[in-house]
Ligand binder design. Structure first.
Ligand SMILES: [Fe+2]
Length: 247
């Protein structure tokens, strides 16, 4: 069976790193290593074989752990070309998705199992109840299109983002949709455990609580001073992201 191990870095940026591994063959891939030591320990303790490193983008906090992992296991950073996929076993593969926006060459990784559900490793594109910013080499128009594409993935897809911004994003979501009961509920339900031990949430849940998936919401449009008749979703997305930048 293919499993996902989450590593949370207790840093200001609240980074997540992930290890995907097949518990039969021991073959494993790491995504966006921040702190290498806990990942190295885990690989050694579980006798896994690290086949390579995948980076969603080149910001320092997503590649920081590359060098020590390369040194420890002689692994390489794997750059996926075109429609190349990584086959983990006969029924499971990692598909790269072009997800420009946060940076113009950002990738996400979709872990697809034969029986489902799938898992999305979204880097700094999609977060729990939010999306990435475009302040460091990004493009807002691209991020809008990428977010729209990701919102069309199956609702039971599990989301594994690059950072833990859950609480603050939910608080922002409530400020633009004060009557959204799902957001209130989600804020109450944030477990008092380390973020790496939380149960990962689904894209179906994001449809209920993520304002960037909810541009249709009348209340959100009113809060942003858009008339109810306005149909320009892209303009709403831009305004929402700008508001979040200064929130
Ligand atoms: Fe980033």
């Amino acid at each position: 069976m293919v499993q996902v191990k989450t590593f949370y870095a207790f840093n200001d940026l609240r980074n997540f790193s992930y290890l995907i591994f097949d518990d039969q063959s021991g073959e494993s891939w790491v995504i966006d290593p921040y702190e290498a030591d806990p990942i190295i320990d885990y690989i050694k303790k579980n006798a896994l074989n690290l086949l390579g490193i995948l980076n969603t983008h080149q910001h320092h906090d997503h590649i920081r752990g590359n060098a020590p992992l390369i040194k420890a296991f002689n692994a390489q950073v794997h750059k996926l070309h075109g429609k190349e996929v990584i086959n983990l076993n006969e029924t499971t593969q990692i598909d790269p998705l072009d997800t420009p926006g946060h940076t113009t060459d950002h990738k996400a990784f979709l872990l697809k199992t034969g029986t489902g559900p799938w898992s999305l490793f979204s880097g700094d594109t999609l977060f729990n109840s939010g999306v990435g910013n475009c302040k460091n080499g990004g493009d807002l128009g691209m991020l809008y299109k990428t977010t729209l594409n990701l919102s069309k993935l199956p609702r039971d897809t599990t989301l594994y983002p690059g950072h833990d911004y859950l609480k603050r994003n939910l608080e922002f979501a409530l400020s633009v949709e004060p009557d959204n009961k799902s957001v209130r509920e989600a804020l109450k339900l944030i477990p008092e455990v380390s973020p790496e031990l939380r149960v990962a949430l689904t894209l179906g849940h994001e449809q209920e609580v993520n304002p960037f998936f909810r541009l249709f919401s009348e209340q959100l449009r009113k809060q942003l001073s858009f008339s109810e008749k306005s149909l320009d979703d892209e303009a709403i997305f831009f305004k929402l992201r700008t508001l979040r930048d200064h929130w």
